[in-house]
Design a protein around this ligand. Structure first.
Ligand SMILES: [Zn+2]
Length: 391
């Protein structure tokens, strides 16, 4: 890569023709049309929500340097911002009257004539980069991958978008990271993340690719058709919507793609499903089960995998007390201290098990209303506890 240092370009130069599209959070131009401030492989504008945009302007007003900016030369007198997009967007919005900053007295201060001289004539420090070698584009994007932008870490998907930028990413972002997309609020009932940080897109790609996101992006990189991605994502969302009559907070961020693959061919009655979800939530409220998030998977799977729920277990103190009482009584009667071994009349009918050969069991199962108290605890040998199931 060839770099040229420029120190003759000012804030005012870059702000000529500055344009910011808030809805798309992108497509920003400046420097009289010569500069693309937000190329497609860069992030959406996130300084605003991080409350750092005014800090950029305030430090300019105090005379602090803005740091190095990197522009990529893309043609004759044409450039893209490689690093510095967010700093440029921050001062650009201020200078064009889109954002006030606080003055020393804490009052909002819009850009006005009194600030012209202080802001517009500030020189910037810019490295102009030109790619060389057989694949300059990829060389520059790899380099972008390694630079740290103003202390805000890139999310994994932001990095992937940079490395595999192209018509696929552009089209995918227009759906999955577009804050103006009215579906996003609905999706966020089930998907966790910030669309502007590409986290909804990350989930959509994870689902359609069954976890092979990078491969998928590589294969589709130059394909502007995102039908498969959107169809799959919408199918999963519609499936969840169809089975669960209401929304619980714990539904957000579950592995819905995996659950869809496992269970989307099974028939469900939404009324019965929701009745069971509510009943299990009541058990969770009572402290009987600990893994509230897994209730949905448990119900979808036909309530067979009890391990998912993390049924509350007896503490060692209760187990030891019950063990001692049961063992004392068994020794007095000359029978096994496992009540089920006594009933089985087998070779172990008189066996006295050591504490660590036994497990605590709910006499009345939690699912039938039994609680996790000493009165509802019995010790069984490991064999019989497993036979009975982890209830
Ligand atoms: Zn036993």
């Amino acid at each position: 890569m060839k770099t040229t240092l420029r120190t003759d370009i000012t804030v005012g130069d870059i702000c000529k023709g500055f344009y910011y599209n808030k809805l798309e959070g992108k497509g920003v131009n400046g420097w009289g049309g010569k500069l693309v401030i937000q190329p497609e492989y860069q992030r959406n504008y996130i300084y605003e929500e991080l409350k750092r945009d005014t800090a950029v302007v305030e430090s300019l007003l105090k005379g602090y340097p803005l740091g190095l900016l990197y522009f990529l030369k893309t043609g004759e007198d044409r450039y893209e911002v490689l690093d510095g997009q967010q700093r440029i967007t921050s001062f650009g919005r201020f200078v064009t009257g889109k954002m006030p900053v606080m003055d020393e007295d804490g009052h909002p201060h819009n850009f006005d004539k009194s600030l012209h001289g202080r802001i517009l004539n500030i020189p910037l420090t810019i490295y102009i980069c030109e790619g060389e070698g057989p694949d300059p584009e990829s060389e520059i994007k790899q380099w972008f991958k390694t630079i740290n932008i103003a202390g805000v870490d890139l999310t994994p998907q932001e990095l992937l978008n940079a490395v595999y930028s192209g018509s696929f990413v552009t089209a995918a972002k227009s759906v999955f990271s577009n804050s103006g997309n009215s579906n996003i609020d609905t999706w966020k009932a089930y998907v966790k993340g910030n669309e502007r940080r590409q986290e909804i897109l990350a989930v959509a790609l994870d689902w359609v690719s069954k976890g092979n996101v990078e491969e998928y992006m590589k294969d589709h990189r130059h394909n502007p058709d995102i039908t498969e991605l959107t169809n799959y994502f919408e199918s999963v969302i519609a499936w969840i919507d169809g089975i669960f009559k209401d929304v619980k907070a714990e539904m957000r961020g579950l592995e819905w793609g995996r659950l869809y693959e496992l269970y989307h061919d099974r028939p469900y009655s939404p009324d019965k499903v929701w009745e069971r979800v509510e009943a299990l939530y009541a058990d969770a409220d009572d402290g009987k089960i600990q893994a509230r998030r897994n209730i949905f998977e448990y119900v979808l799977g036909g309530e067979t995998d009890r391990k998912l729920l993390k049924v509350r277990m007896f503490g060692a103190e209760i187990a030891r007390k019950v063990y001692k009482r049961q063992t004392d009584e068994a020794k007095a009667k000359g029978v096994s201290n496992c009540p089920d071994c006594v009933l089985a009349h087998d070779a172990n009918a008189k066996r006295i098990y050591a504490f660590n050969e036994m497990e605590a069991d709910h006499v009345t199962a939690w699912s039938k209303g039994g609680d996790t108290s000493e009165a509802n605890c019995q010790m069984l040998c490991k064999h019989h506890n497993r036979v009975k199931g982890n209830s």
